[in-house]
Design a protein around this ligand. Structure first.
Ligand SMILES: NC(=O)c1ccc[n+]([C@@H]2O[C@H](COP(=O)([O-])OP(=O)(O)OC[C@H]3O[C@@H](n4cnc5c(N)ncnc54)[C@H](OP(=O)(O)O)[C@@H]3O)[C@@H](O)[C@H]2O)c1
Length: 285
């Protein structure tokens, strides 16, 4: 079994990747900014490093056969203090890790981008991911890009809004997607270690419209649905001032507008269902 370095190990997806690697008997090295976020049972080795501080990565890939990177600027819209942009971390930061992986002659890199990334490049979020994918393709290293649709944890914002009696639909809400549980993405990432495919789009079992996702949240909460439709253009104007205060959150919301206006449907890889996830989350509220 291989020794695998996981960058982004403390994130929503990274924690599942650690579990999946351990379950399959790999030796797991977690690269983290804050080691206090993990315990010794999460990984065999925990190394401290920040993708935006190249010196901190020196030696991180030594003795490693493969790297999985799901490290990126925070996907949380509620962390206002975190100001690093998607270009800073997803692109430039992962380039630093790639350089270190090359220096250490790592055999394979699995990178987590997003479904339809190329088609959504007009957004900073998708462009940062795809700039790194371009660099990966040019690197000469063996690689696979896992391209998930939206994670269930990202859809939790819809449930939180519905719990407050609000359901926001951007545009007419008719575009479709098949969101996926992080645990199912983690399986795809670990299986990608042995795959010759360079692009692996992955989605969950249920293809629903954006409006359906909001209605599902109200249904699970057993509350009458109250929907408010906001046009993408108006939404863009509303979030514009955010750019002055936090470029990352603005970019994330701008992506949120763009991604809801196109179909983002990927081949089914996961078995977990959004209804069950919402139901479990609603019980905890
Ligand atoms: N969420 C979605 O719906 C979705 C869909 C498709 C693709 N993706 C992509 O999948 C990846 C994982 O998403 P996620 O939801 O798991 O994100 P997340 O929960 O925000 O986790 C991001 C991870 O990256 C780490 N990180 C951030 N900046 C770093 C830096 N400068 N140096 C080292 N590590 C750093 C974070 O560490 P800390 O714990 O220290 O902050 C965390 O472990 C991201 O690239 C995301 O864009 C997400």
């Amino acid at each position: 079994m291989a020794t695998v370095l996981v960058a982004g190990a403390t994130g929503q997806l990274g924690m599942w990747i650690l579990r999946e690697l351990k379950r399959r008997g790999h030796t797991v090295r977690a690269l983290v900014r804050n080691p206090a976020k993990l315990t010794s049972s999460d990984a065999d080795e925990i190394v401290t490093g920040d993708l935006t501080a190249p010196d901190s990565l020196r030696g991180a890939c030594d003795g490693v056969q493969a790297v999985i990177s799901c490290a990126g600027a925070s996907m949380n819209v509620n962390t206002f203090g975190d100001r690093k942009s998607f270009y800073d971390v997803d692109y430039q930061g992962n380039l630093q890790l790639l350089a270190e992986a090359r220096r250490a002659s790592v055999g394979k890199i699995v990178y987590v981008s997003l479904a339809n990334g190329e088609q959504l490049r007009q957004t900073e979020y998708a462009d940062a991911h795809e700039k790194f994918v371009d660099a990966l393709r040019a690197s000469g290293l063996k690689f696979s890009v896992v391209r998930p649709t939206g994670f269930f944890s990202f859809y939790l914002e819809i449930l939180k809004f519905a719990a407050k009696g609000r359901g926001v639909v951007i545009g007419d809400g008719s575009c479709r997607s098949n969101p996926i549980h992080e645990a199912d993405v983690a399986v795809a990432c670990v299986e990608a270690l042995a795959s010759d495919e360079t692009d692996l789009p992955v989605g969950g079992p249920d293809t629903i419209t954006r409006k359906d996702a909001v209605l599902l949240a109200f249904d699970v909460l057993q509350r009458p649905a109250k929907l408010m439709s906001v046009s993408p253009g108006v939404f863009k104007l509303l979030i514009a001032p955010l750019k002055l205060f936090n470029r990352r959150i603005h970019a994330l919301m701008d992506f949120g507008i763009a991604v809801t206006q196109v179909d983002v449907v990927a081949p089914v890889r996961g078995g977990q269902r959004l209804r069950d996830y919402f139901t479990a989350a609603a019980q905890k509220q």
